[in-house]
Write a protein that binds this ligand. Sequence first.
Ligand SMILES: [Zn+2]
Length: 639
Amino acid sequence: MKRKYITILLAVLLAAVGSIAQQPAQQLEPSVARLQQHISYLASDALDGRRTGTQGANDAAHYIAGEFARLGLRPAIQNAGASRRLSVAMSQYLQPFPYVSGINLGQGNYMSLGDKTVNVGEDWMPVGFSSNAKVERTSIAFVGYGITSSELNYDDYADKRTSGKIALALAGTPDGDNPHGKYARYEGVRWKAIAAKNAGAKALLIVSREAKLKDDRLSNLTYDNSAGDAGLPVAVISQDLIGGKATFDRLEEGAKKRQYIFDENSTASLTTDLVRKEVQAYNVIGVLEGSDRLLKNETIIVGAHYDHLGRGGEGSLAPHSGEIHHGADDNASGTAGVLELARLFTSQRVKPKRTIVFMCFSGEEEGLLGSSYYVNHPVAPLANTVAMINMDMIGRMKARKLIIGGVGTSKEWRDLIDSANKHLFGEQVSPDSSPTKSSKSEHLANINVSQNASIVMNSDPKRFDLTLQEDGYGPSDHSSFYSKQIPVLFFWTGTHNDYHKPSDTFDKINYEGEVRVLSLVARIVRDLDNAEKRLTYSVAKSDSQQGRATGFRVYLGTIPNYSDSNDGLLLDGVRDDSPGARAGLKAGDKIVKIATRDIKNVYDYTAALGEMKAGEEYVVEIMRAGERLTLKIKPEARK
Ligand SMILES: [Zn+2]
């Protein structure tokens, strides 16, 4: 299998070399051969799935930096030092950001139940987001599943006997195995830890549902890079420690009836000691300086994420982890797209007027970490950033279907897309055609306007079958830019069966299709660059499913920042005309308290949101420019 794979790879590389040689100089079309070359390397076994913080991801970053250097892009990071593996010149393309790549047990882990010392790694394990702390000989309170939900009128802590004690909870929920049960969203140990902390518990012990502790996902020491630690020690313990499966079943029966009967005299001592492995992850950034004296101060960003899922784990849809997730479409395709566009724009005779910044992000799969870092540490002022074009999964075009998100983020986008489309098909644009609504839509290809109204105006088989979506927020890096009031477009050829699986391989890419997508993107970027006036930012209608997916009853219109934080919830944005905006919340605010709840991170925030009721007024405390402010917010019902 592997040999065959290498043979195919070689054949593709040879084919690529051959056809590049035949291309005339000044060839300004995206090239199938070059896309094959980039994607077959980025999605190869050698890069091991490009998980953020791994050697494979770093090798991908070096490859991208090498291409940027070869194309003559200016490195974006001025004060980069040489690293062990990279020259100063190359590392100047890399924007480092902190990332927790792994968690290890420290030396100090200790647990005893009563007088019996139990072994870390065998009988118990701290969970990856546990705080490091020491809790000495403290009584244990059994708390059923350890769930608090005012929405479901369910509170395992209602009897208030847990304060100052160690909470002992069963893994899972009263739903049993039903993943769509009403308790499903309280199952996560992050939420259970918040409930325990709010109830005044000193620590939380979760009894595993697995016969062997090693089989429990919770014992894997994974870290989500999103919210700092839990604020109290949290550990998973084996069923054996409480007397085996029979005891577990008895406790579960009690938990379902809310009878919390457990050995009243039980105590535990607990020390948790986790060592977080902090590494650097990298965005790769190259600059093509604008040629116009004034307009060069304006920046157009062309970006894509290059990280993927490594060998599975969190985010993988494969049944078993351990296999390389190649990520050819997601998102070697977009990365290759950035490289091809960089080649087109550096090799064209007429230099762009505005500055074009080519950017490949890491940490996307973990929650837009790289792009979120960039917008908080930009290399060119965000106020002068005209637009951000994002490509994520553009390699699987079927039946000429292309999705473009973000068209509501500037009122000029629809016309730009329309005219780029026309240009691509060589249509004559008559300059005096009156730009009324109906004549405009005739120029559009088969456009499915969001809200599912489908307008099929032209059945030219060469045309894109476009689906235009308004929202500037979405599941990829353009979200980070839109939250800073930058117009965005998001190009995507849709999902497929290999999505987030090892089988997303380079041989399944539709290279001709990707060339067409890139031609369209190139044309749009050129038009953006040639426009006399910069784009106007507008607030897009939301087609977001987020609220429905998470099942919250209330809506605030806030866009949380998902990077690591332990002192409040930073807002990346606030939707206009939302309860958050009416309360006076702004991007950059850090929410530290809602009603009586302290908010340390996005989990505390989400838990607090789950407890709010529409139409009631709540006090929100925020930090803004070093000052603590108090605002009042009235959530709306989720539609
Ligand atoms: Zn992905």
